[in-house]
Design a protein around this ligand. Structure first.
Ligand SMILES: Cc1cc2nc3c(=O)[nH]c(=O)nc-3n(C[C@H](O)[C@H](O)[C@H](O)COP(=O)(O)OP(=O)(O)OC[C@H]3O[C@@H](n4cnc5c(N)ncnc54)[C@H](O)[C@@H]3O)c2cc1C
Ligand code: FES
Length: 282
């Protein structure tokens, strides 16, 4: 069925968020062998929602989308895994180095009270870390399941373990090779506890993981939201390069609910690449 893409308003708030702010890195934390968190002072991100992202400009290299992994006390943080030219360059940045940011952009997760299951895989745990803090702030019951390929690629584990000795209800970790925690995937753990009954399931990670959890939530009638990726260029709903189904990920997402994810039949199967051509994900 043919449907028109939405038309978005261009107001003062939109213009302010998209005016690039050049700023200096205030803090850098090495999270694991290929991943760092970088923190910069930013006024606009104070009111961000977990799941929203920034367009991060790496001078002379590129501008790329990165999820907000932390926002508090006038600082915003992103967590980046070095996989290509832009992300590796960013991973080499030190305090004092300059980057540009636009944002916070897109629609984030619905932060609401109740029993929540958070499922993350790989670098997909970045926005979920911010979500955990926001849910704990409103005294939600939070169960967290993170999965990684192996121990060397685990991130935020000590932080979640520290939280689980306080307010966080439960934290589970899986590695595919069994070098840390449960031997298997985040899906293996999540699928065994999802039947305990949750008011909301939040997911971010490889699309194969999102698809499997999505089908499980449909089967069990559980509300679910997932953050997905689209190939982003403008980040403001104009170029169309991030389109998935009838949605522009940069404006309508990157967080979508269960019904919209089901509507996009391609989730976990294929996605548009840099050239705009559909590419298989499996
Ligand atoms: C909403 C959103 C949130 C993201 N959050 C994070 C995060 O918190 N941490 C993190 O490490 N990564 C995140 N990413 C992925 C990150 O943007 C890409 O890894 C990065 O753009 C790769 O650029 P590169 O030059 O290093 O690698 P390249 O070699 O250019 O690309 C490697 C792969 O990254 C993807 N990619 C490249 N450019 C883009 C682009 N402009 N938009 C989307 N995908 C792209 C493509 O699938 C490509 O195959 C996010 C992506 C999106 C869309
Ligand atoms: S990146 Fe979404 S429309 Fe351009």
């Amino acid at each position: 069925m043919w449907r028109r893409l939405s038309v978005y308003p261009i107001d003062e708030e939109f213009l302010e968020k998209h005016r690039r702010r050049v700023t200096s890195i205030a803090r850098r934390v090495d999270e694991c062998i290929d991943t760092v968190s970088l923190y910069v002072p930013d006024r606009l991100s104070i009111d961000s929602t977990p799941g929203q992202f920034l367009m991060v400009w790496i001078p002379g290299v590129d501008e790329i989308p990165l999820s907000i992994s932390y926002a508090d006390g006038g600082m915003v943080g992103v967590t980046v895994r070095g996989i290509g030219e832009a992300t590796r360059r960013l991973c080499s940045f030190q305090p004092g180095d300059r980057i540009g940011i636009r944002g916070p952009l897109g629609r984030g997760f619905t932060v609401r009270k109740g029993r929540s299951l958070i499922v993350g895989g790989g670098i997909g745990v970045a926005p979920l870390r911010y979500l955990v803090y926001r849910l704990l702030d409103i005294d939600a019951e939070v169960y967290v399941v993170f999965g990684f390929s192996d121990k060397l690629h685990t991130i935020f584990v000590e932080e979640m373990e520290r939280l689980s000795s306080g307010k966080l209800i439960e934290f589970h970790i899986a590695t595919e090779d069994g070098s840390y925690g449960f031997k298997g995937t985040a899906y293996d753990i999540a699928s065994s506890i999802i039947r305990e009954g949750f008011d909301m399931v939040y997911v971010c990670g490889p699309e194969a993981l999102i698809r499997k959890i999505l089908l499980l939530c449909v089967e069990w009638g559980i509300p679910m939201e997932a953050s997905i990726e689209g190939y982003m260029k403008c980040g403001m709903g104009i170029c169309g390069s991030c389109v998935r189904g009838v949605y522009r990920v940069c404006r309508d997402g990157p967080v979508f609910d269960r019904d919209k994810l089901m509507e996009m039949e391609e989730i976990g199967l294929r996605r548009r690449g840099a050239s705009g051509i559909m590419e298989p994900l499996i």
